[in-house]
Design a protein around this ligand. Sequence first.
Ligand code: 3PG
Length: 320
Amino acid sequence: MTKDELYTFFHDSGIVPVVKIDDAEKAVPLAKAMIDGGINSAEITFRTAAAEEAIRKVTAAFPKMVVGAGTVINPQLAEKAVAAGAKFIVSAGFNKDTVAWCLSHNIPVVPGVCTPSEIEMGLSMGLNVLKFFPAEASGGVAMLKDLSGPFSQVRFMTTGGINPNNLPDYAKASNVLAIGGSWMVKADLIENENWEEITRLCKEATVKLQGIQLAHVGINLPDADAAAGVADEFAKLGLEIKNGNSSIFMNKEIEVMKKNYLGKNGHLAFRCYDLERTAYFLKNKGFTINEETVSYDAKGRMKVFYVNEEIGGFAVHFIK
Ligand code: 3PG
């Protein structure tokens, strides 16, 4: 995986759990619980003596899982972590020596920053992906928004104080590459081998990351006249009618198609925060993207896509 592929993976998967593990024997069942919950990455922190062995065991058991090392405070630890199989290096603070070692060994490194000066240190070493830590205590999404002004080229992996309640705020922030945290892999859950709860919390996190909400229902009609007739019926209910090229919208929530479009019974449109992330999420659930329906905005970001699978006879599409 190249650095750019890793960043794309971070963005699309969106969540990187921060793991502190005391017993390396628990690392493989822990990783399995996370994978079962739809999360395929982990930052295993060097806050315990078991970290190195845990990285070794997880990368051996799940070669496709993207495992990195966290709390790497010097180049020696980075070297150890990489030898154990870590695919990226994370630190809470900014250590020039660690960053330099990783760069010279072609290892993706995400050092922690929480001030403009530290961000500039990162930029001066060629890094435009940085860890924003401790996120909540340093100002959270308000701070991230302010940082996006002078540092529009920087994207952040945010950790520290994030939980299922404030996760959607981070998911909506345009300069957040991925969200990290320990809430779904708390030490006591690992200690008590509560794998089911870890899987549940991982699933919950991946769902909250999407912000999927029904936007409108689409009704298929064979032609424009038939569509106009149906629109007249809805108009009797007092719905606001907006006539478009291929369909008529009523109150934004009902779309009457002027021809039989996708879906046996019509279509359901869902809004989400980020279409690339939701595409990744849906693929993990067994859906496939209908490539012919994907369209992109001026920045090359997905604007709309359908999945190939219908639900209850409805075609399903996603919009931002
Ligand atoms: C980290 O190192 O990123 C943090 O310990 C994770 O923060 P959290 O425990 O508040 O989620």
